[in-house]
Unconditional design. Structure first.
Length: 73
């Protein structure tokens, strides 16, 4: 979901097929990379439901605790 100025402007869904040794964190890293490349995203903040180990230069990861961001993550 892409949000600008408080409005949802784009939504994209991808389907990932789980392999035996893959983790949720791994899948989330793959999905972020795919979506950023596909839409040439330059977003400086990504809201996630949990922390991932993979780093993206110049990007802040937010794991919300309460409020609207928690509801959408």
């Amino acid at each position: 979901m892409k949000v600008m100025n408080g409005a949802i402007i784009q939504v994209h869904t991808i389907e990932l097929v789980k392999k035996l040794d893959e983790t949720r964190k791994n899948y989330l890293s793959i999905a972020i990379t795919d979506i950023r490349q596909r839409f040439e995203s330059q977003a400086s903040e990504i809201i996630l439901p949990f922390a991932i180990d993979y780093g993206f230069p110049g990007i802040t990861f937010t794991i919300p605790k309460i409020g609207d961001k928690k509801k959408t993550a």
